[in-house]
Design a protein around this ligand. Sequence first.
Ligand SMILES: [Mn+2]
Length: 436
Amino acid sequence: MVNLIEVSKRRNQIMKKLGKGLLIVSSLPEATYSNDVEFKFRQHTDVLYFTGFPEPGTTCILEYDGDKVIYHLFVRKRDKLMETWNGRRFGTEGALEKFKADNAYENGELEKFILDLFKKYENVFYELGNNKSTDELIISSIQKAVKSQDKTGKGSTALINPAFEIHELRSIKSSYEIELLRKVAKISAEAHTRAMAVSKPGMFEYQIEALIDYEFRKNGSKGPAYPSIVGGGINGTILHYIENQDELRDNELLLVDAGAEFDSYAADITRTWPINGKFTESQKEIYQLVLDVQLACIAMVKPGVKFWDINEKSIELITKGLINFGILGGDYDKIIEDKGYKRFYPHGLGHWLGIDTHDTSYVDRKIETLKPGHYFTIEPGIYISDEEDIPEKYRGIAVRIEDDVLVTEEGYDILTSDVVKEIDEVEKLIGSQVLP
Ligand SMILES: [Mn+2]
């Protein structure tokens, strides 16, 4: 259930940042899975963040006159027939009572109210591109407000994208959020531990995926925060491999990237392990390199450091390691300049994490300096294709190790540290349990 104090605090914080005007956030449209069946609905992150209201067809308008924030919520109409088929609706009554909106309306009334509100404020803060019908309504309402300005002398004249300010606010996690993030990190770590423990050659990728789903949901999670990546052998080199159909073969590595969603918050963990419980020598070399890079990068995390400097460090260490193994040839400076490492390390070191798995993307990782409450993944990886010019013993090896790291006043806290990653611990765990 929604934390009313928390969401109310956020509404005040965002309007203080944006200044006088109207902030509008809307649900995304529902999406069809097949014929008349829809995907499970998931509320737009900004609507969740400011209201906690879970239903489709929702628009939240925050009105701020420089003094007080008024919270208007537009929701679906109650409908006995629709509710019998598709589930309960809170309606305007629930929006007022359970979500403590100052004013609640049926969403069919949005057009009329928007025009009235637009006559009162110069600035409308709204991010275009999420919901086409809301986009059209807002643009046409601003046009109307601009035209009526001759007569009234006031009204909305500016449409301003609030995404940066919203993301900046969302990027610093409150103590309430940190507790939820700890919980979802723990659930996710347990699922990885369980998957590692039952692994053996001859299983299929989808069986590991199913076990992880079960472990997530067993502990109260809604399920995965994103489609789980379960890639054996060369499948691990495909960054977003989600087919998860192949058999797990002896002497191959298994790369699992999976995180649960709990109370709207996500975790994002990757572990890579030998399916038979024993790394080969060349697998061990690559794995230890990735692990050393990850540990070195995590150790750099503290307030005042630039995320991108840590990213640069990961590039430096991976490039040196790959030259050392004879996988990358030539001059170090030249490889850095030409980004030759990208063939084996094509992605960045990590991303912000929160309600979205790839959270707050307006906060630029290249320039942002870390502050307490920032939360992100650290996930170096090396992906080696099976092409001719690669030393044979390294072909087809893919390793990524990913943890979720919180910036604290003193340094950092790894919220996903319950799942092992040192070579001896990993080898010991694999095969130590059997599936019932
Ligand atoms: Mn990730």
